[in-house]
Design a protein around this ligand. Structure first.
Ligand SMILES: CCCCCCC/C=C/C(=O)SCCNC(=O)CCNC(=O)[C@H](O)C(C)(C)COP(=O)(O)OP(=O)(O)OC[C@H]1O[C@@H](n2cnc3c(N)ncnc32)[C@H](O)[C@@H]1OP(=O)(O)O
Ligand SMILES: NC(=O)C1=CN([C@@H]2O[C@H](COP(=O)(O)OP(=O)(O)OC[C@H]3O[C@@H](n4cnc5c(N)ncnc54)[C@H](OP(=O)(O)O)[C@@H]3O)[C@@H](O)[C@H]2O)C=CC1
Length: 279
């Protein structure tokens, strides 16, 4: 669907690029010609993904064991990246969440979500943006958010807060940094099963509903998210700034309060029409 060279000569940092959706995006970006820089806390996971990217696409790949909750570690990573040349694109993908009743969250538990998801992404954005602006180099920031930015989300309140704050960052900096050559965009994915998300959000005993409840009757495929991300970070999307694209099969639109009607049978609808005709 894209020219093979869509992302040629682009140096892209994907936070959390070693696993899940971050790895899926990294594969697609490498296939489209990009040089990949991936970070995460687990070196072994990063090394495994890097080896796959090199073998599959002959891609140039660098790994950084970096905990993005640590502002100094992020600054050191960015300094190391810039030693080999400027980054072109930052993908804020790393995040954490779990389901819990909010009244039972300790401060440490809430911070365990806010620190990587909000603060980590903000540290990465500020470190990259500062360098782009200082050197008059164009840059793009893509943040992977969630439809909780639109609906809120019960039982994952800190994640919904963090993602909403990152949407505010995307819109704010689109205006502030747009004139300086830095473009910010976001994706709000619906359910795209990954071991990380399933492990945290769908423990045994929870219904396996996301596919059944989705208007399209299925969950997302990693390649679909990777393709949208590739377009949004490419020069082809150069006039899109400050926007969040929802990619959820229409799932968030079902929270209008009429969802039960989706389960009505033809007989029930026929009875409704008859009752109305009589009245
Ligand atoms: C239909 C749409 C789909 C919904 C989409 C939702 C959008 C977001 C999705 C995602 O982000 S998916 C990605 C999920 N992946 C991850 O979370 C991977 C990264 N995860 C982690 O690093 C950890 O799992 C963690 C849960 C963040 C914990 O990391 P950390 O090492 O910092 O925590 P701890 O030191 O172990 O604990 C700190 C604190 O938190 C409490 N806690 C930990 N886990 C839970 C839990 N499952 N439930 C409740 N509380 C938890 C823990 O008890 C500690 O608190 P205190 O006991 O010390 O008070
Ligand atoms: N999958 C889904 O259905 C949905 C996902 N999303 C969003 O998509 C993105 C990817 O999610 P998904 O692939 O499912 O999740 P995963 O759990 O598979 O991936 C999370 C990645 O983030 C990295 N990470 C977590 N904490 C840190 C940290 N402190 N420092 C550096 N890296 C860190 C992890 O690496 P490591 O553990 O090695 O540090 C891991 O590679 C997230 O932003 C998530 O919120 C949004 C909506 C739905």
């Amino acid at each position: 669907m894209f020219e093979k060279s869509l992302l040629a000569h682009k140096r892209i940092l994907v936070t959390g690029g070693g696993s899940g959706l971050g790895a899926a995006m990294s594969h697609r970006f490498a296939e489209l010609g990009a040089e990949l820089l991936i970070c995460g806390r687990r070196s072994a996971t990063l090394d495994e993904t890097a080896a796959q990217l090199r073998a599959a696409y002959n891609a140039k790949v660098h790994t950084f064991a970096c905990d993005i909750r640590d502002a100094n570690a992020v600054a050191d990573m960015m300094a190391a990246i810039w030693q080999d040349g400027p980054l072109d694109i930052l993908v804020n993908n790393a995040a954490a969440t779990f389901i819990a009743q909010s009244e039972h969250l300790s401060a440490r538990a809430a911070d365990a979500i806010l620190a990587p998801t909000l603060h980590g992404a903000m540290y990465c954005t500020l470190e990259a943006g500062r360098r782009w602006i200082e050197s008059d180099h164009n840059g793009v920031v893509l943040s992977i958010l969630s439809t909780s930015t639109i609906t809120g989300r019960a039982f994952t309140m800190p994640s919904a807060m963090a993602k909403s704050a990152l949407l505010a960052m995307t819109k704010s900096l689109a205006v502030e940094w747009g004139p300086k050559g830095v473009r910010l965009v976001a994706i709000a994915p619906g359910p795209f099963p990954t071991p990380g998300a399933t492990g945290q959000l769908h423990p045994e005993g929870r219904d396996s509903g996301p596919a059944a409840r989705n208007p399209l009757g299925r969950v997302g495929e990693h390649s679909e998210l990777a393709n949208l991300a590739s377009f949004l970070i490419s020069d082809q999307a150069g006039y899109i700034n400050g926007e969040m694209v929802v990619q959820d099969g229409g799932a968030h639109l079902r929270s209008s309060g009429a969802e039960d009607l989706l389960h009505w049978t033809d007989t029930q609808w026929a009875a409704q029409r008859t009752a109305r005709a009589k009245s």
